[in-house]
Design a binder for this molecule. Structure first.
Ligand SMILES: Cc1cc2nc3c(=O)[nH]c(=O)nc-3n(C[C@H](O)[C@H](O)[C@H](O)COP(=O)(O)OP(=O)(O)OC[C@H]3O[C@@H](n4cnc5c(N)ncnc54)[C@H](O)[C@@H]3O)c2cc1C
Length: 372
């Protein structure tokens, strides 16, 4: 944990604002994070990973997000989504091939969403057609985080036939090296926040896949993706807590320095109450994510709790960063001050890996299931 805190403060935080301005990908930071093992946090030691438990992993994500949420999204997606899918469902050959590389920092990306299939991801259209010995894949995936620099893309695509659609059961997961013929990476999106994280489309044109590319069983890919998203949502919850903590720490410092009416603004009760509410909500969101992590480490199902941790954490981060901008006054609205970036970075935590509305659906369904 100490290493994560020091690395985040010394190697990531000082250049975060500059990366936000230039949209430069954090290539050097990724290289160092790979050397230190941060891309193999959940990978067992037999595959050269650090084998951390979920709770420790989330503490690390929080520390990194305090420094730069753009860097953190790659660490979180790589560790939470492709890694957990491979660990749970990969063959021994696939694990031996990919996990040690991933632990050393060769990035893996997660390609589920499409332009017309976001919240309703099971309606995706990328199609893998069987050719007897394997499949030929065509389609376009949208908004793939770090898809431009990943060595491996975990791609969800249909393997059911158009005349025999099976909904979510017609989707399979494939392990596709980014340099395979037919894989084309689009231009990075111009985003509101997380500006140095490259979010790209991936077009798959007549990509020839063999059975070694299939992850687990045919038709189970969507279920694997949803399982992985339970873990991913904990990562987003930790990212949100980190962004909010950064906004709180900046606000405490600024409120002590900024004077109006010959008084540090921290001495105004209106500001003290804001800071007190911000600190309370950050602590509450952290406690919720810790509880979800503990239960996950105890082998319990955390679908609803992970949804709650993400829902509460992301809405908390948006609220806390809004208060931070308010405490900074006009300076909070200027690019020169950190809370403006934190406010923009917080927003996406309410959107990706399932929007707040989708989290409420997941949590609500769980409540009804408990009644039965
Ligand atoms: C920066 C960024 C990075 C991303 N990275 C990845 C990635 O690495 N891999 C990947 O696969 N995807 C990624 N995504 C995609 C992301 O997961 C989707 O944007 C998200 O799931 C929402 O889908 P959508 O954008 O199509 O919104 P839509 O599904 O079109 O939703 C639009 C609105 O309708 C609401 N809505 C939808 N359905 C319901 C309902 N049933 N009830 C109530 N409200 C509803 C939503 O909550 C939302 O407010 C990324 C997105 C962003 C912005």
């Amino acid at each position: 944990m100490e290493l994560a805190r020091e690395f985040a403060a010394n190697e990531i935080a000082p250049t975060a604002a500059e990366r936000d301005r230039t949209k430069a990908p954090p290539t050097e930071e990724f290289r160092k994070l790979g050397e230190l093992g941060f891309f193999g946090m959940l990978i067992p030691e037999q595959y050269d990973g650090l084998a951390l438990d979920t709770l420790t992993y989330m503490m690390v994500i929080e520390e990194l997000a305090v420094a730069d949420a753009s860097v953190t999204i790659t660490v979180s997606v790589h560790n939470s989504l492709p890694t957990s899918m491979l660990l749970q469902h990969g063959s021994e050959e696939q694990k031996n091939h990919w996990l040690p590389r991933m632990a050393r920092g060769e990035l893996a990306a997660f390609a589920l969403s499409e332009a017309d299939a976001g919240s309703d991801a099971a309606s995706l259209r990328a199609q893998a057609v069987s050719d007897g010995s394997g499949w030929i894949l065509n389609g376009t995936k949208a908004w793939v985080s770090h898809g431009d620099c990943a060595a491996l893309l975990v791609v969800m695509a249909r393997t059911d036939r158009p005349e025999d659609r099976r909904g979510a059961r017609g989707i399979s997961a494939f392990l596709i090296p980014r340099d395979m013929p037919g894989v084309q990476i689009g231009k990075p999106e111009d985003k509101m926040g997380l500006r140095s994280s490259q979010t790209v489309s991936v077009t798959l044109r007549d990509v020839r896949l063999s059975p070694e590319h299939l992850l687990g069983q045919e038709g189970h890919g969507f279920i694997y993706a949803l399982e992985a998203l339970d873990h991913g949502r904990l990562g987003v919850a930790a990212q949100a807590v980190g962004i909010a903590r950064a906004a709180l720490e900046c606000s405490i410092q600024y409120a002590a320095e900024r004077k109006q009416f010959d008084t540090p603004i921290k001495d105004f009760q209106g500001i003290q109450f804001k800071l007190a509410d911000m600190a309370t909500r950050v602590a509450a969101a952290r406690a919720l994510m810790y509880e979800a992590a503990r239960r996950k480490d105890a082998g319990m199902d955390v679908t609803e709790l992970a949804g709650m941790a993400k829902l509460y954490g992301s809405e908390m981060a948006m609220w806390v960063t809004t208060q931070a901008v308010q405490i900074y006054g006009g300076y909070g609205y200027m690019r020169d001050y950190p809370v403006e970036r934190l406010f923009r970075d917080a927003k996406v935590t309410e959107i990706y890996e399932g929007t707040s509305e989708i989290q409420r659906i997941v949590i609500g369904r769980g409540l009804h299931a408990q009644q039965r």
